[in-house]
Design a binder for this molecule. Structure first.
Ligand SMILES: Cc1cc2nc3c(=O)[nH]c(=O)nc-3n(C[C@H](O)[C@H](O)[C@H](O)COP(=O)(O)OP(=O)(O)OC[C@H]3O[C@@H](n4cnc5c(N)ncnc54)[C@H](O)[C@@H]3O)c2cc1C
Length: 571
């Protein structure tokens, strides 16, 4: 087996991974930084972000306000030390990104333009029309190419963390092109593998978002934190789940029911004067309630409400929301300049993830995480739109600095032992390739998983269905051990990759269902019909899910409070 050695290994080539690689490479010209990604970096999910990235930029804004908005948005479950660090670093990170070539939209006077976003007190979302992810990822990717000491492993699938003497010292990765395994060693590893929205059937997430990094860390004994909190974005296209960005509402779009009413204004959904600019959890619930009250529209893919942009005018739509115009036309045959767009809530983002401290460090020495796969946590029970891209930059850079420090003070470990682990992993996966003796189909298990997760952990949750979900996912986990695979080829064996991803999805889903069923309150995106209010006396803590053969074992971690005292969350 090929063995290569670097100072650190970064798994993931999206916003967080590239930012981490640049930070490590720039500060340490003599160090070797491995960047491993299961897809070519530009195909990471970050590329599809539309609306923008948040950071204080205007005179009427300040760090205090961005911090408070984020804490309140998190329903007081976000850690206030991390949030303060985040808001303080955010403007610096976006300015850096601009220096590296990200073409942010401008005001008439040449300053950076900002737009309104849900739950934010003022306009603080920097944007590039409605294609921020595309421009941000390009800027990062191109900048990363300046550094000869970033060694890329494109289209390598990491399936195991290598741990020796209690320290994470590398990864075992399948070269998808050749089907051969590779041992990639480093004195520290950073996971930046993104979220896992694909465990749900109806999602804005790309096919590659299968929670791999979360599963890798979990199996290595690192707890997953706050997994019950899943964000539904209010405005997805029925059928495909393609995202229609929150920027549509930031630019002045309205939500309407089948009576033509702006229901967020007409009815009391707790978003007050914020109306369409309320936070995502609340607006998603309002849409579901409108539909349940008989005020939705019926369509081939279930009921929906409308997003009306017609009053914005063609010029504004073309300059600020050109991609939305194209998506609506292409995927639902609607011209937003003249007619409203059908939309319904769709799974978008995972607030939970690999438990890290403010430096990106996990409980396992040598293992770090950043971006959507990590839970620092700045997002708590509900993320504010446009905080995530900035989070990837701020904590990607921080994790890189701390991982480099760790790497400098650590040893290479026992190379023979590490390689032996990789050999064992290669043999396990080789056994799975074309495994005709199994009885279970990948597609069937994935479909069942999707169905269970939607009914157990949707916008509204009930104890009965969550408990049922816990049992059902545990069964699926045991069935994954008996997969049947047809393709025994080595080169680009996508069936094999899908099987590895499915095992990750099932494990991540189980932590989600178990964490959700245990939290007997309603907070942020976790809305439980049996326990309708937030219960700070009993549940103001982070849920920790630890790997255990019989199913996740739960623990607790204190929330870092600070100057913002928990209060009723009203807008
Ligand atoms: C449609 C859409 C629009 C969005 N719009 C916005 C927005 O406007 N503003 C905002 O703030 N947020 C937005 N978000 C959220 C935000 O884009 C994501 O949370 C963020 O981009 C995640 O970045 P990341 O670097 O953590 O992961 P990703 O960009 O998902 O990258 C993950 C990387 O990990 C690699 N990887 C994964 N598993 C493995 C493995 N097993 N082996 C090797 N490599 C692996 C992948 O190849 C990839 O390179 C949006 C999300 C979506 C889905």
């Amino acid at each position: 087996m090929d063995v290569s050695r670097h100072d650190i290994v970064i798994v993931g080539g999206g916003g967080a991974g590239l930012r981490a690689a640049i930070e490590a490479a720039q500060n340490n010209p003599d160090a070797s930084i491995a960047l491993v990604s299961k897809v070519y970096p530009m195909r990471s999910h970050t590329v599809s972000a539309e609306g923008g990235a948040a950071a204080v930029a205007r005179d009427d804004d300040n760090l205090e306000l961005h911090g408070y908005d984020t804490v309140k948005g998190s329903d007081f479950l976000g850690d206030q030390d991390s949030i303060q660090y985040f808001v303080q670093e955010a403007p610096k990170e976006l300015a850096l990104l601009e220096n590296w070539g990200c073409p942010f939209s401008r005001n008439e006077d040449g300053t950076v333009a900002t737009r309104a976003f849900g739950g934010m007190t003022t306009k603080r979302t920097w944007y590039a029309a409605d294609k921020i992810g595309f421009h941000m990822l390009h800027a990062l990717f191109q900048h990363s190419m300046r550094f000869k000491n970033i060694v890329r492993y494109d289209e390598y699938f990491v399936s195991k963390l290598l741990v020796d003497d209690g320290v994470c010292r590398g990864v075992a990765a399948l070269d998808i092109r050749t089907g051969e395994y590779h041992t990639i060693l480093g004195r520290a590893v950073i996971l930046t593998t993104g979220g896992g929205g694909k465990i749900f059937p109806f999602t804005t997430n790309g096919t590659i978002k299968t929670g791999d990094g979360m599963a890798l860390a979990y199996r290595a004994g690192v707890p997953l934190k706050d997994m019950e909190f899943v964000q539904y974005h209010p405005t997805g296209l029925p059928g495909t789940g393609i995202l229609i960005t929150e920027a549509t509402r930031g630019e002045g779009g309205f939500l309407r029911n089948n009576q033509g009413e702006r229901f967020l204004v007409e009815y009391d959904y707790g978003v007050g004067t914020k109306a369409e600019l309320g936070p995502r959890d609340m607006i998603s619930r309002a849409i579901v309630q409108e539909i349940e009250a008989g005020r939705g529209f019926k369509g081939p893919y279930g009921e929906y409400v409308q997003l009306d942009l017609t009053h914005l005018g063609e010029d504004k739509i073309d300059s600020r929301l050109p991609f939305v115009r194209l998506l609506a036309k292409t995927y639902v045959g609607v011209a937003p300049v003249y007619e409203p767009i059908p939309i319904r809530p769709v799974v978008h983002y995972m607030m939970g993830g690999v438990d890290t401290d403010i430096n990106g460090a996990t409980e396992l020495p040598g293992l770090y995480a950043a971006g959507e796969t990590a839970c620092v946590s700045i997002n708590g029970a509900n993320r504010l739109g446009s905080n995530s891209l900035t989070e990837c930059l701020v904590f990607g850079a921080a994790a890189a600095r701390h991982a480099m420090d760790f790497s400098a003070g650590s040893s290479d470990g026992n190379e023979a032992a590490l390689t032996a682990q990789a050999e064992e992993e290669a043999a396990r996966v080789d056994d799975l390739r074309g495994r005709k003796k199994g009885g279970e189909k990948i597609s069937a298990i994935r479909r069942e998983l999707n169905t269970v997760m939607e009914s157990a952990c949707g916008v509204y949750r009930e104890q009965g269905s969550m408990q049922h979900g816990v049992g059902a996912v545990a069964q699926l986990r045991s069935r994954v051990a008996d997969l049947r695979l047809e393709d025994d080829s080595k080169v680009f064996n996508t069936e094999l990759i899908t099987a590895l991803e499915l095992a990750n999805m099932v494990e991540v889903a189980e932590t989600l269902a178990v964490s959700a069923a245990h939290r007997k309150e309603s907070r942020g995106a976790h809305t439980c019909k049996d326990f309708t209010t937030r219960n700070d006396d009993e549940y103001l803590y982070h849920t920790m899910a630890y790997h255990n053969p019989a199913g996740p074992r739960l623990g607790k971690k204190d929330v870092v409070l600070g100057k913002w005292e928990p209060e009723e969350r009203k807008y």
